[in-house]
Design a protein around this ligand. Sequence first.
Ligand code: ADP
Ligand code: MG
Length: 385
Amino acid sequence: MQLVDQIKSDFQELFGNQPELIVKSPGRINIIGEHTDYNNGFVLPAAIDKGVYIGVSRRDDNHIELFSVDYKERYHTDIDSLTFGPELWTNYILGATRILRKTHSNIDGFNLIVAGDVPLGAGLSSSAALTCATSFALDKLFQLQLSRLDIAKTGQQTEHEAVGLRCGIMDQFASVFGKENNLLKLDCRSLEYEYIPIVLENYEILLLNTNVKHSLASSAYNQRREACEAAVALVQQKYPSVSSLRDISIAKLEEMVQPISAEYFQKSKFVVEENQRLLNATDALKSNDISKLGKLLYDAHWALSKEYEVSCPELDFLVSTASTLPEVAGARMMGGGFGGCTINMVEKGKSKTVIEKISSLYFDRFQLNLTPIQVSISDGTQVIL
Ligand code: ADP
Ligand code: MG
């Protein structure tokens, strides 16, 4: 509740009153299924206890006043002349506002304070937490009657339009629809989903943050998406009913894509196989076969690294070191890649030992501190106050 108290006291100081409401939207983990969402495949995320909190109140003019507790920055604009710039935290808030206002002209001026405890750029999707918290707060403040799906889709559209990242729907969906102690198995084509209770019994989830985020992350992300779309276009020349990599077998890829582009073939083969790994991992989880799950995590990591080429030396080092430790059943990079966290399945009670063993090796190799992150699986977007 520290962040909530902080928002309340900053609100009082900056605006002279209390927020009308405070909402929270969480970050997320993803067990397996990376880069499958924008290919209409499956993902297996869960919302976490860490999130972005937003306090808001209406104004009686058309100004937007923003304050970020984490950046200690204030921002002021007129709601009719929203502007965007590279890598600004305000893009996420103003982007969601602009999109919602196209269909809800009753959105007017507001004061907003944001604070969060999702580490930024760590692959836990603080940005989805921020965009979903914004839409949810505006929904409640101006009674927009948005569905949870509207909120997730607005978050995704904000990344596309205001940030330039052509992301899939996983992060926003997990943030909005998360449920305590449950994974979400989401079909990104139909948007049907199933909650899978997470019962790891003798294991626990440990996240290890590399504390790096390489700058090519978002340009490479968009290039991967383009490669997948180009592969689909090649297959469609002979199989017009194919609409995404979800519908493609390796045989079809070999027949239509490989002769033209080895690059597109390699990238799309990864996606087809990652989808299958996810389905196998879901079976492993349901039968509580953690050693099978662990092996799938390692396979996923090395495919992300060698085939999809979205890893980095720091992530590869953490995963290869984890694979030498008997306490770790499996590990992989998590999120879009080029930095951020690894997710590790660790024997219950052994996280401390694993952290100690890996941290010093990591420091020796990169002169960087490793940050362990403990998370619990929690509910999605909610009103706090
Ligand atoms: P990720 O989503 O993996 O954490 P991104 O680069 O997509 O990484 O999003 C991080 C960006 O989101 C930050 O640079 C910042 O602009 C914005 N952001 C996230 N959380 C907050 C917050 N608590 N306050 C202000 N901005 C935030
Ligand atoms: Mg993000």
